[in-house]
Design a binder for this molecule. Structure first.
Ligand code: NAD
Length: 285
C-alpha cells in the first residue's frame, strides 16, 4: 500500500479563502474587523518566523494584527501588565503570547493572565477544562488543526482506535481530548511508555507530537492507518523534519501528512478560525 498524502497547505488555502470571504461580508456590513495582538519576547529565530507567518495570514484574510516585540529581559510583572491592558482593549479579540518564553518567565502564570474569551491559542486552563468536559470553546490550535485535516479527508473518527505520541499541555494532551470528544478510544503514549510499538500498532489514527526526527518507524504502524505527523525539528541545514519515517511509513499507512506542508498550515488556520469566533462572540455579547 502507498499512502495518500494529506496536503495541509492546499486544505489550509481553501479554508483561508472561506475566512477571507466572511471578513469581506463583515466589511460590507460596516462591522469592526477581527483583531489579534501577538506578544513576542526575545529573538528566537523560529518564534520570529512563526509570528511573521501569523501576521501574513492575518493580512491575507483581512484581520487587524499588532505585534509587540519585547526584549528578552522583560519582567514577569511587565508582561502580565501588558496582557491586562490587552484584556481591557475592546479592539483586541485575540491575544497570543508566542512560546517558548525566556527561562525567568513563568509561562503558566502568563497564560493564566489571558482573558479566556481572548485565548485564541486555546491554552488557558479554562478552555482546556471545557474541552475535557465536552463543551469546547477555544480549542488548542494544533489539535484543532489535526481534527480539521481528518474531517477534510472524510474520516469519521467515532469508534476508531487512536494513539497520540507526546503528552504536552499545548499539543499532546488536548489532542487526546479532541480525539476522545470525537468518539475515539485513545491511547496516550509519552516518554515513560513501555513497549510503545505494541500500543501504537493497534491504532487506526496515529498522531505523533514529540519533536524527535525519525522516531516513528513503519513497524509501529497498523497497515491502513492514518498517520499525522505534528513534530517539527529544524535541522542544521534549516530543513524541517517530522517525527515519522515518512518514506517507509507511507508504504504501510493509508493516509499520511508530510512535514512541512501537513499540520503546520492547519495550526495557523485554527488560529484564524478561533480569532474569528472570538470577534463574533465579542460583537454579539
Ligand atoms: P514538548 O517537548 O513539550 O513535548 C514532547 C512530548 O513528547 C512529551 O510529552 C514527552 O513525554 C514526549 N516524548 C519525548 N520523548 C519521547 C519518546 N521517545 N517516545 C514517546 N514520547 C516521547 O513538545 P510539544 O510542544 O508538544 O511539541 C511537540 C512537537 O510538535 C515539536 O516538534 C514541535 O515543534 C511540534 N509542534 C508542531 C506544531 C505544528 O503546527 N505542526 C505546533 C506545535 C508543536
Amino acid at each position: 500500500m502507498t499512502a495518500q498524502i494529506i496536503d495541509g497547505t492546499a486544505i489550509a488555502k481553501s479554508l483561508r479563502a472561506e475566512i477571507a470571504e466572511e471578513v469581506k461580508r463583515w466589511q460590507s456590513q460596516g462591522r469592526r474587523l477581527p483583531g489579534i495582538a501577538v506578544i513576542l519576547v526575545g529573538n528566537d529565530p523560529a518564534s520570529e518566523v512563526y509570528v511573521r507567518g501569523k501576521r501574513r495570514d492575518c493580512d491575507e484574510v483581512g484581520f487587524h494584527s499588532n505585534v509587540q516585540h519585547l526584549s528578552a529581559n522583560v519582567t514577569q510583572k511587565d508582561l502580565e501588565d501588558r496582557i491586562q491592558t490587552l484584556n481591557e482593549d475592546a479592539s483586541v479579540d485575540g491575544i497570543l503570547v508566542q512560546t517558548p518564553l525566556p527561562e525567568h518567565i513563568d509561562e503558566d502564570r502568563i497564560i493564566d493572565c489571558i482573558d479566556p474569551s481572548k485565548d485564541v491559542d486555546g491554552f488557558h486552563a479554562y478552555n482546556i477544562g471545557l474541552l475535557a468536559l465536552r463543551r469546547p470553546a477555544f480549542r488548542s490550535c494544533t489539535p484543532k488543526g489535526v481534527m480539521l485535516l481528518l474531517d477534510s479527508i472524510g474520516i469519521q473518527p467515532r469508534g476508531l482506535d487512536a494513539a497520540v505520541i507526546g503528552a504536552s499541555n499545548h499539543v499532546g494532551r488536548p489532542m487526546g481530548l479532541e480525539l476522545l470528544l470525537a468518539g475515539c478510544t485513545v491511547t496516550m503514549a509519552h516518554k515513560f511508555t513501555q513497549d510503545i510499538a505494541a500500543k501504537i500498532r493497534l491504532a487506526d489514527i496515529v498522531v505523533s507530537a514529540v519533536g524527535k526526527p525519525g522516531l516513528v518507524p513503519p513497524a509501529w504502524i497498523k497497515p491502513g492507518a492514518i498517520v499525522i505527523d505534528v513534530g517539527i525539528t529544524r535541522g542544521g541545514n534549516n530543513k524541517l523534519y517530522g517525527d515519522v519515517q515518512f518514506d517507509a511509513v507511507k508504504e504501510v499507512a493509508a493516509w499520511i501528512t508530510p512535514v512541512p506542508g501537513g499540520v503546520g498550515p492547519m495550526t495557523r488556520i485554527a488560529l484564524l478560525q478561533n480569532t474569528l469566533q472570538a470577534a463574533r462572540q465579542r460583537q454579539t455579547d
